[in-house]
Design a protein around this ligand. Structure first.
Ligand code: DC
Length: 224
């Protein structure tokens, strides 16, 4: 049986950094489910299809094939065979991912791909519904949270490093909008699974969070 670690939490709480570091340390495969929703959203943007029209979305879901590959340890995201790893990190693609993720058919398609990936190897998977829907039987479930202002400060810094000059206020407003949509949608809203361990990283360095999660995993596995 493969060992599964589920990490959920709001945008910019540090989930992907944590998941990557944990996967590297344990030699597990990291599955970035947000990248899959971003890829799905990008398909609609690229083809000028209205993301807000449920009929258009439902008629197109099955034309979208999303694949995650690792090339020399680096995640590659393929949309119908095309490498879109760079473009999906743009802010507008993140928002498209958030909108597209509200649809039932979209979620069903991506969840089944995610479950298939997790069935064959030890994984660390991050997202919004991993502990609640995708891997309800995960061996370890973490809900990583942080204060909204602190998450906006972190995101703002990341954007500046990428040369994107957006005000902190604008970043915080966008983040609040994304949180609201992710937490209040009808289908698989973001929430902490009953058996998840919540970590508030507001005043923690990422290394401390990694240490904490590694010790939880080691205890679960019965490592010496
Ligand atoms: O984690 P991220 O910002 O890359 O995710 C992009 C959007 O995808 C996010 O706003 C919500 C959605 N998402 C989801 O609904 N379920 C997941 N398991 C992962 C992401």
């Amino acid at each position: 049986m493969s060992f599964k670690i589920a990490i959920d939490g709001p945008s910019s709480s540090g989930k992907s950094t944590l998941a990557k570091m944990i996967a590297k340390n344990l030699g597990f495969v990291y599955i970035d489910t947000g990248a899959m929703y971003r890829a799905m959203g990008y398909y609609f943007l690229k083809n000028n299809l209205d993301l807000n029209d449920i009929e258009i979305v439902n008629n197109n879901v099955n034309n979208v094939d999303v694949e995650l590959n690792y090339v020399d340890g680096v995640l590659q995201v393929l949309l119908n065979g095309e490498d879109i790893s760079g473009v999906i990190r743009k802010e507008e693609v993140g928002s498209a991912g958030s909108i597209i993720s509200t649809y039932k058919l979209v979620r069903e398609r991506l969840v089944s791909l995610q479950q298939k990936m997790a069935s064959v190897c030890d994984v660390v998977m991050d997202g919004r519904d991993i502990g609640t829907v995708v891997l309800p039987d995960a061996n370890v479930k973490i809900y990583l949270n942080a204060d909204c202002h602190e998450r906006a400060v972190r995101r703002h810094k990341e954007l500046l490093e990428k040369g994107i000059d957006k005000s902190l206020e604008e970043v915080e407003t966008d983040l609040k909008e994304r949180d609201y949509r992710d937490m209040n949608r009808e289908n698989s809203p973001l929430r902490k699974a009953n058996d998840a361990i919540e970590i508030d990283s507001t005043n923690m360095e990422i290394e401390e969070v990694v240490e904490m999660v590694l010790s939880i995993v080691k205890e679960k596995r019965g490592d010496k």
